[in-house]
Design a protein. Structure first.
Length: 267
């Protein structure tokens, strides 16, 4: 059976009349090759209908408050994500799954108060992170350690609590000064006597008491285990001793009655 071939000019005309389907673009956004701009669209969540070819995603100036589990579709080519000027209060530990190629993340000008190391674990290629102008008082020790490729970090305009809880952040900053932008803007907010005091101005002696009195997690686990166990053991011990005493007095009374039966009958 012979093959029927479409002439070249006819094939070109068919391709013009029926172009291949274009990548999906959310209705509220503007799209160009590789870039999706959803800024200032009144969005309350991340649009799901995003092309896997997206390399830049702008979501700034919206009303997104929470990034739940898998808030984004798989975007392996995404390199820049901006969520600046939203109302973010919470980022779930699995919110950024599928964004392993991300290199720049801007979370500035939001309402974040706490971040967990698990949140950033999928972002092993992240080079720039902006957490400026949030409500962070401290950072857990593993948050920045979860970003092995981090080269630039912005933390300015946060209400840093300069107590022992700031020690992990201070240690990281001391060993990674070249990665921290605007170091002079990292200022204490609490306690009041340290208000506007630069975090980078602290020295080792400032945290000596914290290092001497701080306990590892193993100690706290031991306390939680030994405490209830000791309480229960003390109840059993008191019950046992009480039973022994009652039994002892009962034996003495029976012995006394055996020796003086008339008195026991009277009583």
């Amino acid at each position: 059976m012979g093959c029927w071939r479409v002439p070249g000019p006819v094939l070109a005309l068919l391709l013009l009349l029926c172009p291949p389907p274009s990548p999906a673009c959310p209705a509220a956004c503007r799209c160009s090759p590789g870039e999706v701009d959803c800024s200032e669209r009144g969005l309350r969540e991340v649009p799901w209908s995003l092309s896997t070819n997206t390399s830049t995603l702008w979501l700034g100036y919206n009303f997104i408050t929470v990034l739940g589990p898998r808030s984004f579709p798989p975007l392996p080519r995404l390199r820049l994500l901006s969520l600046v000027h939203n109302r973010l209060e919470l980022i779930h530990s699995q919110a950024l799954l599928g964004l392993g190629g991300l290199q720049e993340l801007d979370l500035s000008h939001n309402h974040l108060t706490v971040l967990t190391p698990e949140t950033f674990l999928p972002l092993d290629s992240l080079a720039m992170l902006n957490l400026g102008s949030n409500r962070l008082g401290e950072l857990e020790p593993g948050v920045l350690g979860a970003l092995p490729q981090l080269q630039a970090l912005l933390l300015q305009d946060n209400p840093w609590v300069c107590s022992c809880g700031i020690l992990p952040l201070w240690r990281w900053l001391s060993h990674n000064k070249e990665k921290v932008r605007e170091k002079s803007l990292l200022l204490c907010r609490v306690p009041e006597q340290l208000n506007k005091y630069p975090i980078m101005a602290f020295g080792d002696e400032s945290f000596r008491q914290c290092q001497e009195t701080s306990l590892s997690s193993q100690y706290y686990i031991a306390f939680f285990i030994i405490g209830p166990f000791s309480f229960i053991a003390s109840i059993f011990f008191c019950t046992f001793m009480g039973s022994v005493i009652v039994f002892y007095h009962s034996l003495r009374r029976e012995s006394h009655c055996w020796r003086r039966p008339r008195i026991c009958r009277v009583h």
